[in-house]
Design a protein around this ligand. Structure first.
Ligand code: ADQ
Length: 469
């Protein structure tokens, strides 16, 4: 079996199962590397006065991780700049928040070059290289310049937006051209893949070949949809843990006789948190009888707090939660519990399980793993209901959730009302279908599908063969 070199912006060394506070992506990549030997490379999260390219290697939980420190200016221009002030908002349809400064693009290219030069000595002849996410689009181009001709795959965890948006990005052609240095490009859903095909055909004079490959800039590349999943088995184990049971009991005791609606998200403007609270407020406004019967727990740990837009959304959410509580709370009932901290995975499992409704309302999301975690944590005999935005990639797979348009507070409120009063038979019927999908299309299936498609790149495509991915 081939070795795998995985590259992502941040590398979070794996910690013992269940106890970690790692996000879904980190869990997924660690799982990929446990199965296929190899190395996980990326930024350490630390800065250094001058970039040296010194690799720090360590082994954790069966995974070899290699990290490098960056200069402060790299972090400002590449991470806070091009990645999180330019690409993230644009790819989440927030053109109003998209900032472009020439120094961001220069920092982005510089860090991708530095990453390529640093990881180059670790790449052996038969390795597969798998690069992750929008921070690292130009990295294959840099590796090719250094003579790497191994199969290199790229997976985009966030949406590929409509071409009219991509076209607003200065130098978008260069970004697209960099993607054609890969052998395989993976997207979360067919919708994002279609948007990329559309962009290639209409903006850069490329074409979709009969076998599904894309041709542009004098190169051809395979592209496919590979929806990411969670480690459903591990999550089920976390749900059965003592920490999950303790957390469940704490919530049950504090919310005696009341139904809990839960939201869990990084504090990000793409997650529709304001819209979610507005939907909940509408539920309270329209249904006086529900007022003391229900509360919402929103867990939202701050991220990217060096970017202004994240400080703004945080301030707006503080105000909105305060406003709803001010308007509706009673001495013994607080409608919104708003918590800005991280929880361990096993605690999170207990929180999901204690909820009657999981409310997931992104305005745009590549996939959304919280929706899948909520389903995996439910009690099969008495499951809660998932209310899910149609704009999450997950909605294409999770059709038995209550699917909503999060821009409509009325629709959100109606779905919440329906979820809170849904009889057990319907809840079970919906949950069983959802759980089957979560367990089948799990992170291992995602990883194996991508790695097999990348492995297939080594073999020449037979004439007239169907698309590989
Ligand atoms: P994210 O935007 O980070 O991921 P998501 O898929 O929901 O979004 O994953 C978030 C992860 O963080 C989940 O595993 C969740 O449990 C965890 N998390 C959130 N809040 C937490 C808290 N308070 N404590 C502990 N853990 C918490 C990006 C894309 C998504 C895509 C993933 C994976 O934006 O669309 O699904 O990558 O590809």
């Amino acid at each position: 079996m081939s070795r795998l070199i995985v590259v992502s912006n941040r590398v979070t060394p794996p910690s013992p199962k269940g106890s970690a506070t790692q996000g879904g992506l980190a869990m997924a990549l660690a799982a990929a590397l446990r199965e296929y030997s190899g190395v996980w490379f990326g930024w350490s999260g630390e800065t250094t006065p001058e970039f040296t390219g010194h690799l720090s290697m360590k082994r954790a939980e069966g995974v070899t991780v290699a990290t490098v420190d960056l200069e402060e200016v790299d972090v400002q221009e590449y991470y806070n700049g091009y990645a999180n002030k330019t690409l993230w908002p644009l790819f989440h349809y927030r053109i109003d928040l998209t900032a472009y400064d020439r120094s961001f693009g220069q920092g982005y290219d510089r860090v991708n070059r530095r990453f390529a030069e640093t990881v180059r000595p670790l790449i052996e002849k038969d390795d597969l290289v798998w690069i992750h996410d929008y921070h690292l689009i130009p990295m294959a181009r840099e590796l090719r310049r250094l003579g790497v001709d191994n199969p290199i795959g790229f997976f985009l965890h966030i949406p590929w937006p409509a071409r009219q948006l991509v076209a607003t990005l200065p130098r978008h052609r260069q970004l697209a051209e960099a993607l054609f240095a890969y052998d395989l490009i993976g997207f979360q859903t067919e919708e994002w893949l279609d948007a990329f095909r559309d962009y290639v055909s209409h903006e850069v004079g490329g074409e979709v070949l009969p076998d599904g490959r894309l041709s542009a800039f004098g190169r051809t590349v395979r592209a496919g949809a590979f929806p990411i999943g969670i480690d459903a088995e591990d999550f089920a184990r976390a749900t059965r843990s003592a920490a999950a049971a303790r957390t469940y009991d704490r919530i049950a005791a504090s919310g005696a006789f009341r139904a809990m609606i839960v939201g869990v998200d990084r504090l990000d403007y793409s997650k529709g948190l304001e819209e979610r609270l507005q939907g909940f407020e509408r539920l309270l406004a329209d249904n006086p009888a529900l007022r003391r019967e229900v509360f919402m727990l929103q867990i939202a740990p701050p991220t990217r707090d060096q970017v202004d837009a994240y400080q703004d959304i945080r301030a707006r959410l503080d105000a909105l939660a305060g406003h709803i509580n001010g308007a509706y709370a009673d001495m013994d009932w607080t409608p919104v519990r708003y918590v800005n901290r991280n929880y361990r995975r096993d605690e999170l499992a207990g929180i999901y399980r204690a909820a009657k409704v999981g409310l997931v309302t992104p305005l745009r999301d590549g996939m959304n793993l919280v929706a899948k975690e909520f389903v995996a944590a439910q009690d099969p005999a008495d499951p809660g209901v998932l209310v899910l935005s149609r704009f999450a990639g997950a909605a294409t797979q999770m059709k038995d959730a209550l699917i909503i348009n999060p821009f409509s507070p009325e629709e959100t409120a109606e779905a919440l009302k329906r979820a809170l009063s849904m009889d057990r038979a319907e809840r079970k019927r919906r949950w069983e279908i959802l759980q089957h999908g979560v367990a089948t299309h799990d992170v291992a299936a995602w990883r194996d599908a991508f790695v097999q498609a990348l492995e297939a790149v080594r073999r020449p495509v037979p004439r007239g063969a169907a698309q590989t991915a």
